[in-house]
Design a protein around this ligand. Structure first.
Ligand code: ZN
Length: 133
């Protein structure tokens, strides 16, 4: 049940293009994919840092989850995603241990991964995602 690695860090930004420029020009990373995830009301941009990715999230709707997050807290780290072998099993295991789930069952996220979120109230304030291929 142990995660194999940190799959990605989710970072909420106000402006995707401006943020991409920072990560490319200053950190020398390369954006390899931009994708809209309609049901999450976000546009995402991906960078690889070794085995781990950075996922920049720009809201497409002020009422969406990232829109509300940026309004309340500003830009910054939004969630941490752990790579697991089986998202469904990882969610069930967390629930069995008393963790509040946001997703009772896996759903499709960016890059066609099977993802599921744990509620930050149960995870010491860190919005936590499990994902698998
Ligand atoms: Zn994510």
């Amino acid at each position: 049940m142990k995660p194999t690695h940190i799959e990605h860090l989710g970072i909420a930004v106000r402006n995707l293009e401006e943020s991409i420029r920072y990560f490319e020009d200053v950190l020398g990373l390369e954006c390899y994919n931009i994708e809209e995830v309609k049901d999450q009301k976000v546009r995402t941009a991906f960078f690889k840092v070794g085995e781990t990715k950075l996922e920049l999230l720009e809201s497409t709707d002020p009422e969406g989850p990232i829109g509300k997050f940026v309004e309340k807290k500003g830009e910054g780290i939004h969630h941490i995603a752990f790579a697991v072998e089986d998202t469904k099993a990882a969610l069930e295991n967390a629930e069995k241990k008393g963790v509040q789930l946001i997703d009772k069952a896996p759903r499709k996220g960016a890059e066609n991964l099977n993802i599921g979120f744990l509620h930050p109230k149960s995870t010491h304030g860190v919005l936590t995602e499990f994902c698998c291929k």
